[in-house]
Design a protein around this ligand. Sequence first.
Ligand code: MGD
Ligand code: MGD
Ligand code: SF4
Ligand code: MO
Length: 770
Amino acid sequence: MGTDHDRLDADHADRDAEPASGAGGGTRTAFRTCPLCEAGCGLEITVKGQQVVRIRGDQHDVFSKGFLCPKGSTLKQLHDDPDRLRMPMVKRDGVHVEVEWDEAWHLIADRLPAIVHDHGREAVAVYLGNPSAHNLSAMLYNRSLLTALGTRRRFSASTVDQMPRQVAAGYVFGTPVTVPVPDLDHTDHLVVIGANPYASNGSLCTAPDFPGRIEAMRARGGTLVVVDPRRSRTAEEADLWLPIRPGTDALFLAAIVTTLAEDGRIDPGAHVAAHLSGLDEVVAALAPFTADAVAQATGLDASDIRRVARGLADAESGSVYGRIGTCTTEFGTTTSWLIDVVNIVTGNLDRRGGAMFALPVAGGASTRGKPGKGKGFSIGRGNTQVRKLPEVMGEYPASAMAEEITDAGDDRIRALITVAGNPVLSTPNSVQLDSALDDLDFMVSVDIYLNETTRHADVILPPPSQLQRDHYDVLLLQFAVRNVANYSEAVLDRADGQPDEWEILAKLGLIAAGLGPDADPALADDAGIRSLVDHSVADPGSPVHGRDADEIVRALGDEPGPARMLDFMLQTGPYGAAFGARPDGASLALLRANPHGVDFGALQPRLPEILRTPSGTIELAHPVLIADLERLRDAMPGFEAQPLVLVGRRHLRSNNSWMHNIEVLVKGKPRCTLQVHPDDASRLGLHDGGVARVTSRVGTLDAAVEVTDAVRPGVVSLPHGWGHDRPGTRMRVATERAGVNSNVLADHEALDPLSGNSVLNGIPVEVCAV
Ligand SMILES: Nc1nc2c(c(=O)[nH]1)N[C@H]1C(S)=C(S)[C@@H](COP(=O)(O)OP(=O)(O)OC[C@H]3O[C@@H](n4cnc5c(=O)[nH]c(N)nc54)[C@H](O)[C@@H]3O)O[C@H]1N2
Ligand SMILES: Nc1nc2c(c(=O)[nH]1)N[C@H]1C(S)=C(S)[C@@H](COP(=O)(O)OP(=O)(O)OC[C@H]3O[C@@H](n4cnc5c(=O)[nH]c(N)nc54)[C@H](O)[C@@H]3O)O[C@H]1N2
Ligand code: SF4
Ligand SMILES: [Mo]
């Protein structure tokens, strides 16, 4: 594998590291990856004592090169926010009061193991929220918590987000993290479907300054096509914007394949064809979905669909990229699969400028096991009690959580642990979940705020702030558009007695397992490292196979925590130093010496090594996916007669449900508005600045109206993550600009059956003036 790594120059690294210790005037400069979204920008942080003076983009960051968005610099405000929890909170007589850590641990030790003892492990459930994906402690130690609990009742934000993308990748390529990303910096033609990187900064495509990379592509003559029912910021930049009818992207993509088949232009290229099975079957199965056949259902002109197909086929290189708008619909998995199919039939998979796979420096599931073959992917190890929904990737749909608490009789969830999640605002049928949480016998939240979800918790355990912890993007660098690695040390010290987040998670697990309030997470961590090393020296695929385990454990040192674990992952990864075997390879020491990150180069082809399917080929015609085409065909008449539907949207200055307490981000015009097309507004008697009542099958709310032609007729749009008006929270700024919670309208029964993912876009609604 060729990398740019050889170009790394130790002197240069040392020179750059200097300001970290050398700056005068009592100030120092620290470099840190921003953990707020998937872009992972490098920040340059000026600190005086324990005060942050300034945060700006790190010009020398190997990946972000100085870029940051308005959220990045608010890590200071987040750290200083008086509402951010510094001490555990315990609910007494319905009110949360601060307590010492010891008291919180004792209370948990009194309550949680007893529930497990009396009702079994399945009586305890866990919900893991989105910020865990941006958090080294949580990425590495949520597993200790889950293992110690031993419950199969695991829920997460994955099933209100990207689960369909992962399921499709699992079937086709063999692992659910084998997700191709657009080779943004080299592509000539980018088709963005249901994503708005100008607001979101990208997702399942780690690319700091995604907008700048799009602009660079256009500057070198490339083309941007955006498929979105809204004229988003990204759509405004596009050469072609197609305002598709929500939920119909699978039909659109199927018609692209069929158009190319009719043109005789199905051509995966020799490199991919050598490792591909099922292509003819897929093309034949998609034949009924012609551009003319799907035009009415998608709300697009057949000629525009053909134009996109031919544009992709004509381009030197091209890539189709889909995100939230393609995943959070009832055909999320099939849509994600068809994105892969289009990238394959246009010859763009695994080639420069096309859709490529990262080679992650640490923790990549696609770098483990025997290259080229594996046991493949399946779902359904267990199911929920009430709706019998199948397990997917070791978890159940988030939208089943409420009923598993209230309707599962003796098998009900009695205790819940949330980690970095706010499901009361972020998951469907919020009113139902909000009330179900009151039925729990016990709830613990690991969280930094007393908010809509954690107000239900008996105990809230706050981790240190984002600036008080080490960071490495273990998960998101698996989907990066360059192979980079960047480690950040904590910028500020932790307060006395404040445990790190990994200690909280590990200790919670040990206490649940009955080891008592004084259980020591460090012992568990030592045992964990030992078992990782023992496994690795016994694994023929590992770069340390056959080595002396004691020697490796010694080399890792005796400081417990994520840094040591990460060092092991870096050293045994594809670029790893392998404990001396490759002296200039990746290790924590290398990353510490390079605070702006290390660039291991542009994406390189990874077929067939990356595959983990049983056949060792790309299994394009997986029977589960082929079978779903019948459901897709049956849905067409429904789309043609689609009623008014609701979609979401994101704003650059917001972050799901939890950054609305930062004044500088929320000031200005209220953003939680219902966007309505002028035609619909006049038909419904709505006017700009007025109030509309929106009603769905499960809920109703009143929202401020914004009349705009940026949404297509028949579609209204409301952002999610608002509705900060619940009693018993402590978020003074957010409460003043509460907004409304769009997930009051999302239907918990509306799912993509292949992945269990919620339908959060294309929700049928009725709207009237108030
Ligand atoms: N209608 C609609 N609903 C949606 C979406 C949509 O597009 N439309 N998007 C969905 C998507 S993609 C996602 S990812 C989910 C997100 O939904 P969730 O993952 O449930 O929650 P968030 O809203 O991100 O809230 C994060 C919580 O973590 C806490 N927190 C922040 N940082 C940390 C930390 O470092 N440690 C700990 N322990 N806690 C922390 C915050 O205080 C907050 O309580 O929402 C989903 N919901
Ligand atoms: N500023 C900011 N950045 C964020 C977040 C945030 O809340 N705020 N959240 C982060 C998270 S957790 C995630 S998962 C990512 C998400 O990243 P993106 O996927 O880029 O998210 P959105 O900006 O919601 O863009 C989704 C787009 O899909 C469109 N859409 C809705 N329904 C359909 C449909 O049926 N078909 C098509 N083709 N389009 C449709 C919407 O109009 C919207 O423009 O963003 C991350 N980054
Ligand atoms: S784009 Fe994301 S990672 Fe970059 S500064 Fe903004 S919030 Fe942080
Ligand atoms: Mo997400």
